[in-house]
Design a protein around this ligand. Structure first.
Ligand code: ZN
Length: 749
């Protein structure tokens, strides 16, 4: 239970990219603290008794650092930061401390924790030790009144709340002041979230810093996290206030056997999985970087007879819960998951973690692989990096930063409205999509520039200053982290030592088990039929492109006279897309084609062939889908005039016309200077940018007239909001096309 064998290893040399701050040796607990024998105070005896009830084991003892933290909180009334790997027993610290403080007459403990699932487990665990724990979160609104009554009657030892609760106006007004007055201990779980430098910084967590400043100095505060480098630790310490006791344990996990296998492409990586998944010990997790990759991989493995399930942000919550349970019970070999399978998932005997593509930071990677080998002596951890990883990191990174311009636009819109605006109403005023808009509003709200009220969001009139320097710093730190992941793949040294030293673990040392220490422990051969199956899956093309049925709201503000549903005779038929940009198979070729600065060129023959195959299947239909979406074989082809890729779109349209013997009638015409704006804006702005700007010219109109109501296939290169296609399709239908069937190479987003 006590990992003091690490202490005698020599200090590893820090690599270039490792952060240079010293790692808290002054506050750090000596690794050999417990070997001097336990402290024999009354607090220790009481704490031990409570711990034994909590874990249901009459001989249980504290891990090193646990009692020291409890003592600092209970006897010292101090602020403490515990940085210990998952499974070390952070919750034991706060439950034992809570109960001891309660026995000494303190008010209830307030625990801020981001995970509802985790809360359920914690409440149940606490009850076993006689801790009366209750939770307030968005999932149990019906119980709030009861909880309030219990609090008033002093019948609650521990109150768990989600960070989002802290930003809720009515909670802040009606309940928080009384809680702050009475709280005996404040616990901040997953405390790396309060740091800008944390890998999943959440604006809601910045409210916690306010909360700490409002607490009387005498109230102890405990912050806990499993993964934090020195920079994050510093930042949390600063927010906790003066005199923080930091207890930092070793990160290295002896049970993990790390390895990296670089393979040339996705086909080989999937081929490897198909060949070797069954050899991996027990059951585990296969992580992918994108939802599409998780779904494609899961499908491929399942078709080859492996018991796997996909688990992503797109998976229904009930299905996710079921999938987690099946993995816990070893009823599946693996879940193929995105980072959605994250904090809070606990399976001590997880046998392996394989990554198809590397996460963008050592912290994220370590957190994911650290789910394995907690309760087992051996667990295998293999990274199969991809050439496209960097592009994908970039893709996600640019989506998450607030921009000064967008923030100013939101503030101006709210100030001009003079009243509260809902997110939907804001979308017609600011060109931002739902998720980034909501994130930006949260940042502005934490900074005090806007506030959430009954009808939506309102400006507070407080000036807001864009902290360009801060965002610059954060974005530089992200690049450093990405570089560290690349070095991890290329290093010839011990991988465990590298990753734990990048995470500022003082005890980082060569593990003797990884592929660099002990030689390659995994096989690298790939069965021939496996690559064939993988390539079949990867080459499989064709996704459904659903038609827009509803105009965005608030279009009149943007000068577009539409609202509500599209009228019959206006909309598109269900279309087809070759692939999404994030797909494992065609995604790579498409990302290259649409990369910034990529030259326009005619469509590649293989890609054209794949499109023809998509059309063949579309035309044939199946049991669920009538051929040609039920509107009949297209009598003609029309293309969308492309601003960036005329050669690509033209050659695609001509190629399909020749192969399918369907006449190509040419392009629509640009009007009013053509579409404005670019991919990535919100729906309302995208529609306003294309409205009235794509029209049917006289020649095309004459040709359409001669079709006598036949269907038209509409070809474009890339689709995002679908408004270009919808506006083009509407123009075609008004000019006599009976139905419009869109076919597009790539789907973004
Ligand atoms: Zn090693």
């Amino acid at each position: 239970m006590v990992d003091n064998q690490h202490a005698r290893f020599p200090e590893p040399a820090l690599t270039e990219t490792a952060l240079s701050e010293p790692a808290f040796s002054e506050t750090r607990l000596s690794e050999s603290a417990t070997t001097d024998g336990p402290p024999s105070t009354a607090t220790h005896a009481q704490a031990l008794e409570v711990l034994r009830e909590l874990v249901g084991n009459p001989t249980a003892g504290f891990h090193e650092g646990q009692f020291e933290a409890i003592e600092a909180l209970v006897d010292g009334g101090r602020r403490a930061l515990v940085v210990q790997r998952t499974g070390w027993g952070k919750s034991a610290v706060y439950f034992v401390a809570s109960l001891l403080l309660r026995r000494r007459g303190a008010g209830p403990t307030l625990i801020v924790s981001p995970l509802l699932a985790l809360m359920r487990d914690q409440v149940a665990a606490a009850a076993r030790a006689g801790v009366r724990a209750v939770a307030i979160n968005s999932a149990n609104q019906l119980e709030w009144d009861t909880v309030r009554e219990q609090l008033a009657a002093d019948q609650v030892d521990v109150l768990l709340v989600s960070p989002e609760r802290l930003t809720n106006p009515s909670f802040r007004e009606n309940q928080l002041p009384e809680l702050i007055r009475r709280t005996g201990l404040l616990v901040i779980d997953e405390a790396h979230c309060i740091s800008d430098w944390g890998h999943d910084f959440r604006p809601d967590y910045r409210r916690i810093a306010d909360l700490i400043t409002q607490l009387p100095d005498t109230v102890p505060v405990l912050a806990t996290t499993a993964t934090a480098n020195s920079r994050v630790v510093h930042d949390i310490e600063e927010q906790l206030g003066a005199g923080v006791l930091t207890i930092r344990g070793a990160l290295g996990r002896d049970s993990l056997r790390l390895g990296v296998l670089s393979l040339p492409d996705a086909k080989q990586r999937l081929g490897w999985l198909l060949t070797h998944l069954a050899d991996l010990p027990g059951s585990g997790i296969i992580y992918t970087l994108t939802v599409s990759a998780a779904e494609d991989t899961a499908r491929l493995l399942a078709e080859a007879g492996h018991e796997v399930l996909a688990y992503t942000g797109r998976t229904d919550p009930a299905d996710r819960e079921r999938a987690e349970q099946l993995l816990k019970d070893n009823q599946v070999k693996a879940l193929v998951a995105t980072s959605a399978l994250g904090m809070g998932f606990d399976k001590p005997d997880l046998g392996f973690v394989v990554h198809l593509g590397a996460p963008s930071s050592p912290v994220a990677y370590y957190q994911q692989v650290g789910r394995a080998g907690r309760g087992a002596a051996n667990a295998d951890v293999l990274l199969l990096p991809g050439a496209e990883d960097r592009d994908i990191w970039q893709y996600f990174a640019t989506a998450s930063m607030p921009s000064e311009e967008k923030a100013a636009a939101v503030l101006t819109a709210l100030a001009e409205a003079g009243t509260a605006l809902s997110t939907v109403a804001l979308e017609a005023r600011v060109d931002l999509r739902r998720t980034p808009l909501e994130l930006l509003l949260k940042v502005l709200s934490v900074d005090g520039a806007v506030e959430r009220v009954g009808g939506g969001w309102r400006s507070t009139g407080q000036p807001w200053i864009y902290d360009a320097e801060r965002y610059q710093r954060i974005s530089e730190a992200r690049v450093d982290e990405q570089d560290s992941m690349v070095i991890y793949q290329d290093t010839a040294g011990c991988r465990m030592e590298y990753i734990t030293s990048v995470l500022d673990d003082e005890t980082a040392h060569a593990c003797g088990r990884c592929d660099n220490c002990a030689g390659q422990w995994f096989r690298a051969d790939i069965a021939e039929q496996a690559t064939a199956a993988a390539s079949q899956t990867l080459n499989r093309a064709g996704g459904v492109l659903e038609a827009r049925l509803q105009w965005p709201s608030g279009m009149d503000r943007l000068g577009v006279p539409v609202k509500g549903k599209l009228k019959p005779g206006e909309g598109l038929a269900e279309g087809r897309v070759l692939a999404r940009l994030t797909d494992l198979g065609w995604g790579g070729a498409l990302r290259e084609l649409f990369a910034a600065g990529a030259a326009d060129r005619p469509v590649d023959p293989d890609m054209l062939q794949a499109c023809v195959q998509v059309l063949r299947e579309w035309g044939a239909g199946d049991s669920r889908n009538p051929g040609w979406s039920g509107v009949g074989r297209p009598a003609a082809i029309v293309s969308v005039p492309s601003r960036g890729k005329p050669e690509l779109v033209g050659s695609l349209a001509r190629g399909i016309s020749e192969t399918g013997r369907i006449p190509y009638l040419g392009e629509l015409q640009l009007a009013h200077g053509g579409p404005t704006g670019s991919r990535g804006g919100n729906s309302a702005y995208r529609l306003a940018g294309v409205w009235d700007r794509l029209v049917v010219g006289p020649e095309l109109e004459a040709a359409l007239g001669s079709l006598q109501g036949g269907s038209v296939m509409l070809i474009d290169d890339i689709v995002d909001s679908r408004w270009t296609l919808t506006v083009a399709g509407r123009a075609l239908r008004q000019a006599g096309a009976g139905a419009v069937l869109p076919l597009v190479l790539a789907q973004a987003g």
